[in-house]
Design a protein around this ligand. Structure first.
Ligand code: GRG
Length: 298
């Protein structure tokens, strides 16, 4: 099977796993659950669960214990998008080719849907404790999962990002920008790879290598995101381009220019793949996935 076909097949399987863990739309809380499911079923590349599953398999994992965490990380990611799109944050009308959650359900319900997804992510990940094997690994994975999504991870990055919007452009140093990218974007990719490794029983050293790989990947991913905001195709992206300029945002591209940014996407990608090269076994699909992301158009 070629890479594209394999990618599509895996994404479809992941969709099934996610669907199996979604809450039922019933009861007096039906509306918030509908809004949660609307957001998560809007599509998306399912990159984080895929990275988790592939890293799990890289370290020899072959059970279904990773599945609740795969669904859970997509819930965390989706909540962050729902909240990021709110009028009080980026105020975006389209995401994943559909109207954003607050546009359809109203702002209050979108806040709750994001909160609901965040909380339900932990309820879902906890289901891994009911599997027979590996309770210690699940506890370790839960620790990584919680930390990378929180104030020392994604929320920390989003905080610095929002504050940076109020700074004069010359006050935004490369160091601050790298902090933002590392936390806002890379933290969840690190979480995906580290949780996959931990659940498969990888050593602390191997998990640390996955943290590094996730960091490099995250940098490449965010720079490519900034590039697409300038030269991407709105139809393919499923959201408007030019939003960074509209919001007067200093980005990697506005500091370093398009050409250097493109080069750095390649460099960070190769560094991520080098981290994987140091492992005992290889997962060629995972390496190809990381390469593919460096030239993604959505
Ligand atoms: C609100 C706590 C909080 C955090 C928001 C994720 C995020 C932080 C903001 C969204 C905007 C943004 C540019 C985030 C950087 C990460 C990123 C490029 C997310 C988009 O991820 P994809 O491309 O999306 O994997 P799909 O839709 O394919 O799942």
């Amino acid at each position: 099977m070629n890479f594209e076909a394999e990618l599509q097949e895996k994404a479809e399987q992941i969709d099934q796993i996610i669907k199996a863990y979604l809450p039922k739309e019933e009861g007096y809380q039906k509306t918030v659950i509908e809004a949660m499911n609307y957001s998560i079923l809007a599509g998306g590349k399912r990159l984080r669960p895929m990275l988790m599953q592939e890293t799990f398999s890289l370290f020899g994992g072959n059970s279904r214990i990773v599945e609740p965490f795969m669904a859970a990380i997509e819930m965390i990611h989706t909540y962050s998008l729902v909240h990021d799109d709110l009028p009080s944050m980026d105020n975006d009308e389209y995401r994943r080719g559909r109207k954003t959650t607050h546009t359809v359900y109203g702002e209050g319900m979108a806040v709750l849907a994001g909160d609901g997804l965040l909380n339900f992510a932990f309820e879902t990940a906890c289901k891994a404790f009911t599997f027979e094997q590996a309770t210690l690994e699940v506890a370790k994975a839960m620790t990584v999962f919680a930390e990378k999504a929180g104030i020392y991870g994604m929320i920390g990055g989003q905080t610095a990002d929002i504050e940076a919007e109020k700074l004069a452009p010359e006050k935004i140093t490369e160091e601050l920008l790298l902090f933002i990218h590392k936390h806002k974007t890379a933290a969840l990719l690190q979480s995906a790879m580290m949780v996959g490794a931990v659940l498969a029983g990888a050593t602390d050293e191997e998990v640390a290598c996955m943290e590094k790989a996730g960091y490099y990947m995250g940098m490449a991913f965010q720079i490519q995101d900034d590039i697409l905001d300038v030269i991407g195709n709105q139809e393919i992206l499923g959201k408007p381009i030019g939003s960074d300029e509209k919001n007067h945002k200093v980005t990697y591209v506005s500091i370093n220019g398009l050409e250097k940014s493109k080069e750095d996407v390649k460099n960070f990608t190769e560094q991520a793949i080098q981290c994987l090269g140091g492992m005992e076994k290889r997962n060629i699909f995972l390496e190809n996935l990381i390469r593919k992301l460096s030239s993604r158009d959505k």
